[in-house]
Design a protein around this ligand. Sequence first.
Ligand code: GDP
Length: 364
Amino acid sequence: GFKTGIVGLPNVGKSTLFNALTRTAAAQAANFPFCTIEPNVGEVAVPDARLDTLAKIAASKQIIPTRMTFVDIAGLVKGASKGEGLGNQFLANIRECDAIAHVLRCFEDGDVTHVEGRVNPVEDAETIETELMLADMESIEKRLQGLTRKVRGGDKEAIAQERLLKAALAALEQGQPARTVEVDAEDRKAWAMLQLLTSKPILYVCNVAEDEAATGNAHSDAVAKMAAEQGAASVVISARIEEEISQLDADEADMFLEELGLQEAGLDRLIRAGYELLGLQTYFTVGPKEARAWTIRAGTLAPQAAGVIHGDFERGFIRAETIAYDDFTALGGEQGAKDAGKMRVEGKSYLVKDGDVLHFLFNA
Ligand code: GDP
């Protein structure tokens, strides 16, 4: 599955948020209990109102949302890149994630110690980013040394790697994260394999006080501005509120949200933002037994999309009966869409679109 690592300085609200994420009643109501993989790894259901609509139309007995993984990567501190404390282990944990959710303390509270003794989320973001950049530089230099012999021997793969590593290093030496490097389409795969910490997409999570959840505050505004300049995303959330909501049932949660002037739980926004950040899309399978959402990367072809359900579906792929979400809902479901000629038969080269309702035919 796709993993987002939750990072941030100590005492910014990471654990509070992680606990809320993984205990949320919504995940349980959707018959999709949070499952513990490790103490700090949690799978969450991706909220998607379209799935409920589809299930209603098809009178599906069960609704199964798609899910994504969050990893609570505690303990990232100044000096992590030098292996201080448990620094190296944490950096290794980040390396394995597809994206980073960076929690920033945007709440003032004299009772909660701030490691730097002041609340300044933009500087905190820089502190962590600096550690990640230093770690990248060190690992790049090591890797470049390791490549010299192969490069001299004319190894094509090594030469390509060296070129990409040098481009990343040049950016880092200018104080720029690796994600600012422009990578050609044919290099994308090799680039991703380098697993540079600062090449991962980033989402800033502004943890504000309870009474600022609906509005944000000056700190979260500053973060939003910084995020926009970097081409990153940001969301405003109150970890404390989310923790409370996660313990309520759905009706109580709705009432609580209304009192607070919130349209939906911050966690739902966070999960969706993480999903978008990863460039993920959803397709659906819908029948009387179940309505289910499946996750693919944008740009996935029909056979590989089928492979998410089962390897046999991909190997024996014949075709995909396809109905766009809007057609399915507007025409009252599968039969209506068929009758109106809106069910397309797509082959191996079909690029699956977000919201497609698919039925795969395959050779067993
Ligand atoms: P972590 O070290 O980043 O995992 O931070 P924790 O989640 O353990 O939170 C550190 C402390 O800050 C705890 O006492 C939390 O209750 C508190 N905290 C977290 N979010 C908020 C918030 O929005 N407002 C206030 N006042 N305290 C918070």
